[in-house]
Structure formats: C-alpha cells, structure tokens
Design a protein. Sequence first.
Length: 451
Amino acid sequence: MSSNPVAETVASLLPRAKAELAELVSFKSVADFDQFPKSESEGAANWVADALRAEGFEDVALLDTPDGTQSVYGHLRGPEGAKTVLLYAHYDVQPPLDEAAWTTPPFELTERDGRWYGRGSADCKGGLIMHLLALRALKANGGVPVHVKVIAEGSEEMGTGGLERYAEQHPELLRADAIVIGDTGNFRVGLPTVTTTLRGMTQVRVRIDTLAGNLHSGQFGGAAPDALAALIRVLDSLRAEDGSTTVDGLSADAAWEGLAYEEAQFRTDAKVLDGVGLIGGGSVADRIWARPAVTVLGIDCPPVVGATPSVQSSARAVISLRVPPGVDAAEATKLLQAHVEAHTPWGARVHTEQVGQGQAFRADTDSPAYQAMTDAMAVAYPGERLQYAGQGGSIPLCNTLAGLYPDAEILLIGLSEPEAQIHAVDESVSPEELERLSVAEALFLRNYAAG
C-alpha cells in the first residue's frame, strides 16, 4: 500500500485490532438462545458499547429489539453542518457447526498461515473492528470530518428482523446521508469490490403427516403412505434435472451484468470435490447473484444410528429460498408454499410456516458516495480498479434502510471474501484485507465529507 498518514496509522493499530477481535470472538454470541446462553450475546453487546464509549461516542445504548435481542447504537458528532454516515456491522455469529472439525477452537482467535481464525472473525465481528480502525485513523490525522452513527445488530444471522422492526418504529434514529454496510466482502483477496445487489430470502418450515403413528415396515410397508418418502418427493420437485431451482411461478432465467465469476475459480472457492459437477444453468454469476436458489437446511427424520424398520408417520424440513433482486420476497414465499402443497403426493397432510424473510437489494452506483469510495479504494488497493459484484446472501436491513431513507446512499463492503469461509468450519479473516479496507473506509469518509 502506498505510504500515507492514514495507512501508516492503521498499520500501527493492527496489533491492538487483533487483540480486540480476539476478545470479541471469544463471546459465543449466537442469537439462538435455545442453543447458546443469552449472556454470551449480552456480553458481546456490552463489549461493543464500551468500545464506542471509549472512542467518544454519545448516546450509546443497547436497543431491545422486538425479536428479543439487542442492537448497539452510538453517535459520534462531527463538525457543524457535516454530513452523517451510518456504519453497520453485526456482532452475532453463526453456530460453529461441528466444533471438533475446527482446526483450532472456534471461539479463540488463532493466527495460522497468515490468517486469523475464529467464528465471526470475518462475519461480522471483523467488520466492527474495521469501523473502529477507520475512525481511529481519522482521529489521529485531523479528525473525523462527518457525523458518524454506528449500529451493531444482534440477530442478523437468524433473520428474525428485530433491528428492521426497531428502525421502522424509530425512523429518525438511523437516518443518514450515506450508509456503509460492513457485512459483505471482496470478490477475492486484494481485489476491491463493492457489492451492489443482494438476494433476498425466505425460510419455510414444512411438515407432512400421513399416519397416526409409525408402523412396522414389514407388516405395513408397501401400502402405508410414508411421510418421509412424501417429503423427499416434495423436496426433489424443487430442482430440475440439472439442479436448477424450480418453484412454480417463480422466474429463474435472469442474467447477471457485471463482474464475471469463472467456473474454475468458483470450484476452488466452493471447494467442490473432483468429478462433482456444478448445478444449474447459465453463468456462475447468473446462478448465485441473479437467480433464485433453494436449499434444504434441515430435515427431521430418524438418524441412521438407532434406526428401526418403521414406516414414518411424520417428517419435517426447513427450506431456504434465496430471492433475486426485482422479486418480492413475500410473493416468493407464497409461491414456495403453494408449490410445496401442490407437489405433496398421496393426499398427505402438509403444513407450511414461514419462519424468516428478507427483501433483495439493489444499490444506486451513480451516487457521489460511490465515487468517493472508488477514489478511496484506489489508494488502499493501488493498481486495482474497483469492481461491482453481487452477493447471493441476504442482509434484510438494507431494504428497510432504503425504504426509510430513500435519499441515502448505501454501500456494501467487508471482509467476507471467499477464503474467509464464513458460516463454515475454520472461518478466518485476512489481516491484510482488514488493514486495506479500514484505510479505504477512512479515506471514503474524508472524500465523502469533501464532496
């Protein structure tokens, strides 16, 4: 990185940033209180609040959101008449999955092969540290030239919508001229990227019942309707022969216009096993950024160990549907539920329940904020041109903020590049990316203030 005072300050602060990230990662802040203690999330929330107070933020508060979690808010006042920028991240994390499969403990930040490993290191506790680094660098080099609001969500990974509802009930709280969502990532390490579209999502829980109780498969199998077999038929109906998502009435032929995603690179990023083909049609970018994608998240059925020779009377599944920009998530939910009901065989009783939903998002890339970010990234990543990419994941808050503040400019950046393996075993963050993006965010705030 070319030498400049902001970059030099960020570099000098990296050891402190690593120590702070280690503290934050140590909280098992999974917003599923049936699996993880609520006290872990509360501890992380208080850590964020204390960090904001230490940086001079005012009005720091733990906001009790309608889903039973807390978001952390603070306001750092800038010069009189300055613009206001909202910085977003979330402190809740995905469950670690199989802790025994991690190379090092998931809630202990561990350096290995030039990366820092731990659950939430990239998604998105690292995003909070990025915001703090950027602000500290500006304070050490002439001051923060804008009013800054920070909001750290406590349940983003659960999709339960607590912060969205809270923002709707308190519309002035998060009002800003520009919003930086620190929860996406570069297309690859070292390639500066702003995410311009997000797929929305819906989750539907399905239950199929066929019998009053399980039956002996030798005595009744062959005529008794098997609920698990019925569920498998339903789930199979959601994909075409090539693996494309097929929900009745939902278009699945949109094309992505922008950064290309080469198939070989995708296979490497996704760690696809040798000889296993990709699913779907069109380009990789079409499939993961512009088209719907269904995933079966879980099935309730007998485990292999301990299974008995029984015809199953009941079976359940949770289905996730990623919804592309331009498609209303509520309408997609209705189509998914109708599809499941229409494809349930043998007159089996089927019940569907929506358990999570978020709208897709598309940014305005012609705004002054995008030019300010383009210039900032050029300094933080010398020799690289800013790229626009989509992201298959969902950040439901984006559409809520866009609806509440239609004049606000929203940018999405972050640390979740492919090598980070967010949501998977051995999640990690690149300290070089943390350094560069912190510099970019600091310079963006300076550029935006001057624009």
